[in-house]
Design a protein around this ligand. Structure first.
Ligand code: PAF
Length: 280
């Protein structure tokens, strides 16, 4: 496995491999890797000749400066995990490599980006589209892999690919959970022992939501018991718990089509997300 820091270097290496007929899989990450990322990388390794994993804490997608500063940076440990997973390249560029000048491009994929994360984190998805489009341009992958924990992000990236006519396949991969149910997240490392315990209210709410949902169920029938579980946890504060159309991301009153039930909840100062989808 090679660690590469510049686009030029990466492209030279990939051009040579493509000439040998190898397909390229890309797994974009912000590092602080865990088993969820490993599942994306392993999937890419099994489906492509070469897998590139980008490790870049993208400043333009953080709407909170403190959040950006404290985001965990663990490149050495990340590289060890990626080597075990079979990645061929770690692409770890500097901020000036990815943004030699400020990126003034505006990406707007309404209505997908107007609710949930888009509403609570203004500018977040614009920053995600800026970096992901730069990564697609730099790597020109045949396939790119994203986790379904960020379901709204996945929907927006699919839409960006469609509108900008990128010639690549987007592969969504299922949420990976700890044994006790907590969805794997780089942000879980912020939780102290009490908060780690409290954070289980998210996965308990997901479990309950999955149990009570049925085709035609009212949103309240699904969301109220989920909210009750979270509200019973003193360290938890809800940003949103919503039932939306899985294609448009717009809130719906009834589970009469494919739905996404998604939540963002603060546990102490740490904001966590989780979701499940239900197919009619
Ligand atoms: O999901 C993430 O980790 C990030 O949003 C991504 C896609 C790597 C872009 O920085």
């Amino acid at each position: 496995m090679k660690i590469v820091h510049t686009i030029k270097d990466l492209q030279a290496k990939l051009t040579a491999l493509r000439a040998q007929g190898k397909t390229v899989g890309l797994v974009p990450t912000m590092g602080a890797l865990h088993a969820g990322h490993a599942s994306l990388v392993k999937r890419s390794v099994s489906e492509n000749g070469v897998t590139v994993v980008s490790v870049f804490v993208n400043p333009t997608q953080f709407n909170d400066k403190n959040d950006l500063e404290k985001y965990p940076r663990t490149l050495d440990a990340d590289c060890r995990l990626l080597e075990e997973c079979g990645a061929a390249f770690v692409f770890a560029p500097s901020v000036s490599e990815m943004y030699p000048e400020p990126d003034t491009r505006q990406f707007s994929y309404a209505p997908l980006d107007t609710v949930m994360e888009g509403a609570f984190r203004p500018g977040h998805f614009n920053g995600v589209c800026q970096i992901v489009s730069k990564l697609f341009d730099a790597v020109q992958p045949d396939k790119a892999y994203f986790g379904e924990k960020d379901f709204q992000q996945l929907a927006i990236i699919r839409e960006m690919v469609r509108q900008l006519q990128y010639k690549l396949e987007i592969v969504g991969c299922p949420i990976v959970r700890e044994e006790d149910g907590l969805a794997k997240s780089s942000r879980n490392t912020y939780l102290n022992d009490k908060e780690r315990q409290a954070a289980l209210c998210l996965s308990r709410a997901v479990k309950t939501g999955k149990e009570v949902i049925y085709t035609g169920a009212d949103a309240k029938e699904v969301l109220n018991p989920m909210k009750a579980i979270i509200e019973a946890e003193p360290l938890a504060r809800i940003d949103y718990v919503m039932m939306v159309d899985a294609l448009t991301m717009q809130p719906i009153e009834k589970a009469d089509r494919d739905v996404l039930v998604a939540m963002a909840v603060y546990i102490g100062k740490t904001r966590l997300i989780d979701n499940f989808s239900y197919e009619v």
